[in-house]
Design a protein around this ligand. Sequence first.
Ligand SMILES: NC(=O)c1ccc[n+]([C@@H]2O[C@H](COP(=O)([O-])OP(=O)(O)OC[C@H]3O[C@@H](n4cnc5c(N)ncnc54)[C@H](O)[C@@H]3O)[C@@H](O)[C@H]2O)c1
Length: 477
Amino acid sequence: MMAAVLKYVGKIFESQNYNQSMSKKEQASRRGFLRNMAAATAALAVGNVAMAAEEKNVWVQSIRSKNGFDANDQINIALIGAGGMGVQDTITALQVPGIKLVAVCDLYDGRLKEAKERWGSAIATTRSYKEILARKDIDAVIIATPDHWHQQISIDSLKAGKHVYCEKPMVHSIGEGPAVIKAQQESGKIFQVGSQGVSSLGNEKAKELLKDGAIGELNYAEGFWARHSPLGAWQYPIPDDASPATLDWEAFISNTTKRPFDKTRFFRWRNYTDYGTGMSGDLFVHLFSSLHFITDSFGPNKVYSSGGLRYWKDGREVPDVLLGTFDYGVQKAHPAFNLSLRCNFVDGTSGTTFLKLVGSEGSMDITWDDVTVKRNTEVTSDDPFFLEQMRKAGKEVGGRKRILPPQEFKFSAEKGYKGGPYDHFVNFFEAIRKNGKVAEDAVFGYRAAAPALLCNDSFRQDKAIIWNPEKMELVKK
Ligand SMILES: NC(=O)c1ccc[n+]([C@@H]2O[C@H](COP(=O)([O-])OP(=O)(O)OC[C@H]3O[C@@H](n4cnc5c(N)ncnc54)[C@H](O)[C@@H]3O)[C@@H](O)[C@H]2O)c1
């Protein structure tokens, strides 16, 4: 059956002279795509992207790694920053076998009380992350504080010998990245940034399809986040008991501008530039992470953004509509291409996120759970210039009508797939146990954060910013 399908798909592509205008490299990658597509579409044009999700979680005996762990050893973790994402991260991490939560740190007492209610009174709680780092029984920390604390706590944790899972964006401003990279390298510890999409089956499949030539040569990518709700626009609830007695305001602002107690700034920190990184640091960074993982890119050379505050005029310092355009130059891993990103918190039409890669022969719509490939095989124009180009490329443009292959393929994760967030933690803990590597280390995390942070700088300075993505340096014009 499989062989018959393979032969069939191969034949229909051959019948359209696809190979005539292709280089050897392109032909090889096309064969890869056809082979994989045939396998994945053996029965229907709906494939199955699921592969090693469960396998990744199998504990195998291995030699004790240089991190001091055996494949089956328990890893003790602590959470620093026990708000919305920190709690979610910890719930996900604890689903991975052999992980134990030992301590929780937060500056607001309400969150520490909730942590004991959720995870039991044996959990140690503290307002000081330094107390967490001083404990010998903690192997790894999850850092899910607001963005302005990521760099300092990451460096202190690595120096204290802890493995680190740090939420995105890795740093709060462009100058902060190199010190984290240095701390990771010097410590030899595992450091992973929390853009969980890069560990998802959807991103892995998209990477494989791009390599296999499914959309031809990449020339454009686009992505967006659309929201239209107070919570989506970061108007988070402020607890009734919030006061200088129940939360440590001085610690919260100790590495930034000194201000009197302000509970709105504390609980809605994303709206203020001292603590948050705006729409691009919060959301574009996920799209950069996925895009860079799929294409193996170092990042763009040129960053320009525009936008404005259209609706959520609640005292925030950041726009609620933001557009970014990014030029990616030729790199070892990919041709030059352009990227367009947008984020709208007043989007009356939808509430979703989206990443699309466009190539010379088709496009891919990518989520964490599925990938839809659309291929353009029609040659219908009467335009003389177009016909001439097609003739030059050795493609058929007239005569007898052809039989066309399927033009849309959807690869979906198997039912019950635990998802990118779970796989991201599996990868993190596996790297600790087996002395392995993670995809989203400090260098990757900085390369994903940099264009997002530069997007903010471009907006504020009202000019394009030139960046050297390989060297990770700003380029003066
Ligand atoms: N990967 C994702 O999909 C994803 C989703 C949401 C948030 N995030 C990231 O997670 C981080 C936290 O976001 P959130 O939505 O959970 O915010 P949040 O406000 O709900 O939680 C942050 C918590 O950190 C605490 N805190 C602040 N400063 C601290 C410090 N110095 N030490 C200890 N605790 C401190 C606060 O009291 C609060 O409880 C952000 O960096 C955000 O970008 C990632």
